[in-house]
Write a protein that binds this ligand. Structure first.
Ligand code: SF4
Length: 355
């Protein structure tokens, strides 16, 4: 879906620009050095926009110091206190995220809008399924068939109209619920009303495995329908994993190309190598690679290389040995103990463009 283009510091969201990958720090924002260290690590993992929590004035003021040392736009996440939003904008936040419902009076929201206008700061209006007004859904012309989603969209439309009345349009929206059906229904419905860029995600999705599955299902449906301009895969895990996961989801849908796609076989009676441990070791190696590559880890030399013909490089198990193959052809036979070292070396040649 074609949305409006909204500027967030040095880049844009929406309007046909690439779908941006974001994450959120889990450090104390007021601890500038630790926060910068985490943001730098996320930058190298490919994070394009970083959000930081702002629970107090020290954290809001720390944004100025953090911003000087990082290269990606920074978003201040505010709850309840409009003064934290204003201070974060003054400190140079490129976008702030608020839920107007928990900020309080219209006057307070207005003060935030005025400061954002002055400094050309974007605002994400984020509605979560946990904090909704009951009455508003009745006013909707179109409905989604999901009551909670209808209420979320009605709330968001009310807020958006308020911002528009103040002549403020640097808006990004989000409608997050912790279940897939509500989230999907809400984004679909909102897209029938307005064309503001959408930040999509399943909120509090869960642990590394469960959260990843839930996020992949939800984001997969939305992205496949053309909905979503920036994504966060919310995981109870290191934030670098959120970035890796986001690129994997976008990569699998052909929407962004970055990083390694690992193909590994499920193993069977022909398996001649410890594929599970090997695949995890290769994945740990691959997580640092930005180049779009396909790497295969296959259990046997009979079917492995052939099944993974489209892989740039791969490992297959052989009797007492490991086989390294490129584009389906075997290139080296190596003893099992040297396999990972030789493989890393061969992979390095591809990454450095020497092959
Ligand atoms: Fe079995 Fe070989 Fe296929 Fe792996 S690659 S599943 S070991 S046949």
């Amino acid at each position: 879906m074609k949305t409006r283009k909204v500027r967030i510091g040095s880049l844009h969201i929406g309007g046909g620009t690439p779908i941006r990958v974001q994450s959120m720090t889990c450090t104390k924002t007021k601890d500038i050095n630790t926060t910068v260290r985490q943001i730098k690590s996320l930058e190298s993992a490919g994070c394009e926009i970083i959000r930081v929590g702002v629970p107090d004035m020290d954290s809001a003021q720390a944004i100025a110091g953090i911003k000087k040392k990082i290269n990606i736009p920074i978003v201040a996440d505010i709850h309840y206190d409009y003064r934290l939003a204003i201070e974060s904008i003054k400190a140079g936040a490129d976008k702030i995220r608020i839920n107007p419902g928990n900020i309080g009076s219209a006057e307070k929201v207005n003060l935030i809008i005025n400061e954002a206008k002055k400094r050309k700061t974007a605002i994400r209006i984020g509605v979560n399924s946990g904090s909704l007004k009951q009455s508003t859904a009745a006013a909707l012309k179109e409905k989604s068939g999901n009551k909670k989603a209808d209420m979320m969209v009605a709330s968001l439309l009310e807020y958006v109209s308020f911002f528009e009345k103040q002549d403020f349009y640097s808006i990004v929206v989000s409608l997050k619920a912790s279940d897939v059906n509500t989230t999907v229904a809400a984004y679909r419905l909102f897209s029938q009303y307005r064309d503001y860029p959408m930040h999509i995600g399943i909120t509090e999705a869960g642990t590394e495995l469960g959260g990843l599955i839930k996020s992949s299902v939800g984001l997969g449906i939305l992205l496949h329908e053309g909905l979503g301009d920036t994504v966060r895969v919310s995981l109870t895990a290191a934030p670098e994993k959120e970035v890796y996961a986001a690129y994997r989801i976008l990569g699998d849908l052909g929407l962004r190309k970055r990083g390694v796609d690992i193909i590994s076989c499920p193993t069977c009676a022909r398996t001649e190598i410890d594929v599970i441990s090997l695949a995890h070791k290769v994945e740990a190696m691959a997580i640092k690679i930005n180049k779009p590559l396909k790497i295969a880890v296959m259990g046997c030399s009979v079917n492995g290389p052939g099944e993974a013909r489209e892989a740039d490089i791969g490992i297959a198990g052989g009797r007492g040995i490991g086989i390294i193959f490129k584009k389906g052809s075997m290139v080296k036979k190596v003893s099992k103990k040297d396999l990972l070292r030789v493989f890393e070396n061969e992979l390095g040649k591809i990454v450095d463009g020497k092959e």
